[in-house]
Design a protein around this ligand. Structure first.
Ligand SMILES: [Zn+2]
Length: 138
């Protein structure tokens, strides 16, 4: 099921050109048009779903295989020594296109991209409370 106004669905229908690199019946991978670094690729389900939580469970294997295959190829093609696989879910998380997608970003030592800042919990009790709160939602 495709969405008529979705940018990625337009790519899937061939209405917008893309530099495609991998395809299965359920998954497509193509280059991001505004890469963080050259070789930055996107892996998307062919089904139009907005985020992680709507992904059809039966394409999980295809998605993981695609991320492995594309990630390895991007790493080798770019000479990268590492790869980030990132999925943004929701506008506050930086999701710009509301069709679920994974970024595959080639990385190298000293490439200038900084890791996300982290800060420790105030104490072990605060971390334990957070874990308990999350567990109640599972
Ligand atoms: Zn779509």
């Amino acid at each position: 099921m495709l969405d008529k106004d979705c940018l990625f669905c337009k790519i899937l229908r061939g209405e917008i050109p893309s530099a495609q690199i991998y395809e299965t019946p359920a998954v497509l991978a193509f280059l991001d048009i505004a890469p963080i670094r050259p070789g930055h690729a996107l892996v998307i389900p062919k089904a139009h779903v907005a985020s992680l939580w709507e992904l059809p469970a039966d394409i999980g294997g295809d998605l993981v295989t695609a991320l492995q295959v594309v990630g390895r190829a991007v790493r080798e093609a770019t000479g990268a020594t590492g790869v980030n696989v990132v999925m943004n879910n929701g506008a506050s998380a930086g999701q710009l296109v509301l069709h679920a997608h994974f970024h595959v970003i080639p990385r190298a030592e000293g490439d200038g991209l900084e890791p996300w800042p982290g800060a420790p919990y105030a104490d072990m009790a605060a971390m334990t409370r957070m874990a308990e709160t999350i567990r109640t939602r599972i």
